[in-house]
Ligand binder design. Structure first.
Ligand SMILES: [Zn+2]
Ligand SMILES: [Zn+2]
Length: 214
C-alpha cells in the first residue's frame, strides 16, 4: 500500500468539500512541476517549472468529480531540425475519484464482467480518506495534449541530408553535384559495393548448386 504524501503539492484534501452531493469548491494552486510530465526525450514540462492549477471539486454520489485546467511551459526539440521548441500549454482534464467504499460497490457490481474490465484500459481513481492524487490524471492530460512530432514551425524544412545545415535558414541551400569534394565522398561510399567479391562468390555458389541439381 503506497500511502499518499499529504505534503505533495499534487495531493488535494476534499475534507472541506464534504460529501453532500452538489457541494462545490474551487481550488487554485501554483507549484513546481514534478518530473515525468511529458514524453521522455521528446517534449515535456521541465521539472520544477511553474505549473498553475485551477480546480473545481464537486461532490457527487459516487465520489468527487475533479474538473481542472493546468497552465505550464513545455520544452522540446524540433523533430526535423533539432532546434529547441518552447510554448505555453493549457490543458483541461476531468476525472471522477470514487469514494473508497463506493469503489468497492462499483467492483462488486461489475464483478460479473471482470474479464472485460481487466482488458479495458480505463483506470479507476479512488480517494484515500479525504485525499486524492492528481498526478496520474495530470500526467495523462499533459501527454495527450503534447504533439508527438513537435516542430519549430509548421513548414520547417529540416536539415540538409548532406551537410546538416538548417534549410529554413537558407532555403536556396544546395550542393552542386559536380563539386569534386562530394563526388570524392560518393566515390568512397560506393567503393565497397563495386569491389563486390562477396557478391560474385555467392552468385557462383548459387550457379554451382543449380548445376548440381540438374
Ligand atoms: Zn525545425
Ligand atoms: Zn547542405
Amino acid at each position: 500500500m503506497n500511502r499518499l504524501d499529504h505534503r505533495d503539492p499534487l495531493v488535494f484534501d476534499t475534507h472541506e468539500l464534504g460529501r453532500r452531493p452538489g457541494a462545490l469548491r474551487k481550488v487554485s494552486r501554483t507549484l513546481e512541476a514534478p518530473e515525468g510530465l511529458g514524453i521522455i526525450d521528446v517534449i515535456g514540462v521541465p521539472e520544477k517549472s511553474e505549473l498553475t492549477l485551477e480546480l473545481r471539486l464537486e461532490s457527487v454520489v459516487e465520489g468527487v468529480l475533479v474538473t481542472g485546467v493546468a497552465e505550464t511551459l513545455v520544452e522540446g526539440e524540433c523533430v526535423r531540425c533539432l532546434e529547441p521548441v518552447e510554448f505555453d500549454l493549457d490543458v483541461d482534464f476531468q476525472e471522477l475519484y470514487y469514494y473508497p467504499e463506493s469503489d468497492e460497490r462499483h467492483r462488486a457490481r461489475t464483478a460479473g464482467t471482470e474479464d472485460l474490465d481487466e482488458d479495458s484500459e480505463e483506470e479507476t481513481y479512488r480517494l484515500e480518506g479525504d485525499f486524492f492524487d492528481l498526478q496520474p490524471v495530470l500526467r495523462d492530460a499533459v501527454v495527450l495534449a503534447l504533439p508527438l512530432q513537435p516542430v519549430c514551425q509548421e513548414d520547417c524544412l529540416g536539415l540538409c541530408s548532406e551537410c546538416g545545415a538548417r534549410l529554413s535558414d537558407d532555403p536556396a541551400h544546395h550542393h552542386d553535384a559536380a563539386d569534386p569534394r562530394w563526388a570524392a565522398l560518393q566515390g568512397l561510399s560506393a567503393a565497397p559495393g563495386d569491389e563486390g567479391d562477396g557478391t560474385e562468390n555467392s552468385d557462383t555458389r548459387e550457379g554451382l548448386a543449380e548445376n548440381q541439381e540438374k
